[in-house]
Design a protein around this ligand. Structure first.
Ligand code: SF4
Length: 359
């Protein structure tokens, strides 16, 4: 187990689900209250196997990964684990049932003796807002004073805001996270030239986990693709994107999917869209269907990737390469019709793409 001084207050956080977007807040909040945060290690094949062996096959990949992280924390002797129940983020705007019932799922599939810290936030109900979530997170440590909790939340918000500011400026996820946790903000942009711009539409827990999504950002970058995502958009831009798709907000993660897609479909500098979702995800199957239909209206190429624990890297890369090759071809033809003959003879390959990036 991670070394802990006797009587030291600690909480284990599984590296999955909302971790990818909310960790800077919780890290700042718990630390400000003198509570040590113990984070599970990065996702591995074993993490996935451990989680998958405990839940029904149809469960989506990120939930399997999350369960695997809880198991690994327990294996490391971490017996107090934080699994918030995030029911709804605004009146009548709900998370999917697996996210809502995550603490129940964990409790029922892991037959071990441990303390589950499971505060609830349900903004569709009275008195179950964000402050109640915070109170519920530290009640087990005997912390109940409003002012103490409020001051700690300010520290959390500061780290979180630094993190989102960097993400909005296109700073790669790991760099933004590392700097935010160290109390720093860097805003330098990637000034390399990229021949192709693509919008990646997905949940953080699907594409920011290097194991689950096989470092998709790095792979696309090597292919000469600049990746844009929902993290670079403001809420206003995503709401406007929802309107573009004539979509009402129902799911809590609607903005990062349909909202971001709607925004990028209208953006002429974006050459194509890539969506990534987990096999068996109900909300995404509805949202992505809508996005595909609208992509046709906007004449925007779209690649839809579905991942699960059996997704092979070779097939994944082939599909990314085929899509980017097609974008290269399309762009050459549209950009320079006078050279159509020459363009037709153009045969994209990774080498060509790499050369293009270096220029
Ligand atoms: S929204 Fe989809 S991917 Fe996310 S937890 Fe629910 S079913 Fe799984």
């Amino acid at each position: 187990m991670t070394e802990l001084a006797q009587d030291e207050k600690y909480i284990g956080i599984p590296r999955g689900m909302s971790y990818y977007e909310h960790y800077p807040f919780w890290y700042g909040f718990f630390n400000a209250l003198g509570i040590k945060v113990i984070l599970s290690d990065k996702t591995t094949k074993q993490t996935v196997s451990k989680g998958a062996s405990l839940v029904v096959t149809e469960t989506c990949l990120p939930i399997k990964i999350f369960i695997g992280h809880v198991v690994e924390l327990l294996e490391n002797g971490v017996k107090r684990i934080f699994v918030p129940s995030l029911q709804s983020i605004a009146p009548k705007i709900y998370n999917c049932s697996k996210i809502r019932g995550l603490p129940d799922l964990v409790r029922n599939v892991i037959k071990e003796d441990f303390e589950l810290v499971e505060p609830t936030m349900d903004k569709s109900e009275k008195n179950q807002g964000f402050y109640e979530l915070l109170k519920g997170s530290v009640k087990c440590f005997g912390i109940t004073d409003f002012d103490t909790i409020r001051k700690a939340s300010k520290v959390g918000w500061r780290l979180y805001n630094n993190f989102t500011t960097m993400m909005r400026n296109g700073i790669p996820y790991k760099e933004a996270l590392r700097n935010a946790l160290n109390g720093k903000v860097i805003l330098k942009d990637d000034d390399n030239d990229y021949p192709i711009n693509v919008a990646l539409v997905a949940h953080g827990y699907d594409v920011l986990d290097d194991h689950a999504c096989m470092k998709i950002f790095d792979k696309l970058k090597k292919m000469g693709v600049k990746v844009f995502s929902s993290w670079q958009l403001t809420d206003e831009q995503k709401i406007e994107g929802l309107n573009t798709l004539h979509q009402k907000m129902y799911w809590a993660n609607e903005l990062e999917m349909t909202g971001a897609a709607g925004h990028y479909l209208k953006d002429n500098t974006i050459d194509g869209l890539i969506t990534v979702n987990s096999f068996g995800c109900g909300p995404d199957s509805l949202m992505i269907e809508k996005i595909i239909r609208k992509a046709k209206d906007f004449n925007k190429p779209i690649l839809c990737l579905t991942i699960d624990e059996h997704t092979g890297e070779a097939g994944f890369v082939t599909r990314l390469e085929a899509f980017t090759d097609m974008l290269y071809r399309k762009k050459h033809i549209i950009q320079d019709p006078s050279k159509k003959k020459k363009t037709n003879a153009y045969a994209p390959s990774t080498n060509i793409i790499e050369t293009a990036v270096k220029q």
